[in-house]
Design a protein around this ligand. Structure first.
Ligand SMILES: [Zn+2]
Ligand SMILES: [Zn+2]
Length: 358
């Protein structure tokens, strides 16, 4: 099979590899049917993820069909369509029992897939702890609608939950990229009065408003964010701020536009340390929440996708055959042509290779 492989800093290549097989009795092997590319894949490519192991197959956002299972796997069987959770977690340790699966203490717990163990931008992937990390996809749900369940949608779901959004709140979200839009989609579940997104790209602002994910979309380069958010909140500031941009000034904007006693949820993964100007914040009594997703509620998310309450497939702007994955990377990284998310389809690949070989 061919697999997108992290060779070293700045170097991803499509290389031939052995198909994975079950090596632990809690494993499953999944035949990948649709995969996507995540910003974290780009972070690995550019050497921003020190834990990433050269030679690893990347990709942690994918769905497929169970091919084989180990003897202790009981929740899924060969032939089941499944979504894969970004975090491999044991489900049994102190952290997992509390839902904090990002800090699972198993040596392959937390975000390991496509980083420290082989991931899913490949024909097949081995998934440890299959019972906790695979979520069956109902027949009525397409691959495209299920694709983001285990990663960016799980991130939005987790972030909206820990942000403590109440009905009628004004929620400000910095960054209208795919993860910011998933945060908006999930924030809606809590009935905010308005979602205000702050995003420099005009394409992305338009996308957010057109899909009903933002009520107002502001340009941080030309709009006076502080004044407009003040005006929208009778001068208080945003009730909840979700920082999903990660740019140079984003963290400072995030705490500044928050009202006193707000929750500021930092979802973004920064490349640089950020300063916390405590003297300036004193008296604002802010609550900061940060970190990587605890993707422990993928079953709940799949139910909402099945009911049509969440439909993240709107984020897919481009579809490629897996054989053209490097082209898909170029497009995704360049953010050109209005790209939000790509879907990489398997199955067409075999036909294409035969044509190429002929
Ligand atoms: Zn990701
Ligand atoms: Zn665990």
């Amino acid at each position: 099979m061919r697999a997108v492989t992290y060779m070293g800093r700045g170097d991803f290549r499509l290389v031939d590899k052995e198909r994975p097989s079950v090596i632990d009795d809690r494993d499953a092997v999944v035949r990948v049917t649709t995969a996507s590319i995540c910003n974290s894949d780009l972070h690995i490519k550019h050497g921003m993820v020190p834990r990433a192991v050269p030679g690893i197959t990347v990709g942690h956002e994918f769905v497929g069909v169970v091919e084989s299972v180990g003897s202790r796997v009981t929740h899924v069987s060969p032939g089941d369509r499944v979504a894969v959770c970004v975090e491999t977690f044991c489900g049994e340790c102190w952290f997992c029992r509390r839902g904090w699966v990002n800090n699972c203490t198993s040596p392959i717990g937390g975000w390991a897939l496509g980083c420290r163990i082989d991931g899913g931008q490949a024909g097949y992937a081995r998934i440890p702890f299959a019972d906790t990390n695979l979520v069956p996809i109902p027949d009525s749900v397409s691959d495209e609608r299920a694709l983001f369940t285990g990663d960016i949608l799980a991130t939005g779901y987790w972030a909206a939950e820990i942000s403590e959004i109440r009905e009628g709140d004004v929620v400000a979200i910095l960054g209208a990229g795919p993860t910011g839009l998933c945060c908006a989609m999930c924030a809606r579940l809590y009935g905010p009065s308005r979602i205000i997104m702050v995003e420099p790209s005009e394409d992305r602002r338009r996308f957010a408003v057109e899909h009903g994910l933002a009520d107002i979309a502001l340009d941080p380069l030309t709009d006076n964010i502080d004044i407009i958010i003040g005006r929208e909140t009778e001068g208080r500031g945003a009730d909840v701020v979700m920082e999903v941009a990660g740019g140079d000034d984003a963290f400072q904007t995030a705490w500044r536009i928050a009202r006193p006693n707000a929750v500021v949820c930092v979802v973004a993964m920064y490349g640089e340390p950020q300063s916390l100007p405590l003297p300036d914040m004193y008296g604002k009594n802010l609550v900061f929440k940060t970190g990587g997703v605890d993707a422990s509620k993928c079953g709940e998310i799949m139910d909402l996708v099945e009911k049509g309450v969440l439909d993240p497939s709107v984020l897919i702007t481009h579809t490629f055959d897996f054989g053209d994955v490097m082209e898909a990377y170029d497009l995704f990284e360049s953010r050109s042509d209005g790209v939000m998310k790509v879907a990489l389809k398997f199955g067409c690949e075999k036909i294409k290779r035969e044509l190429d070989d002929a």
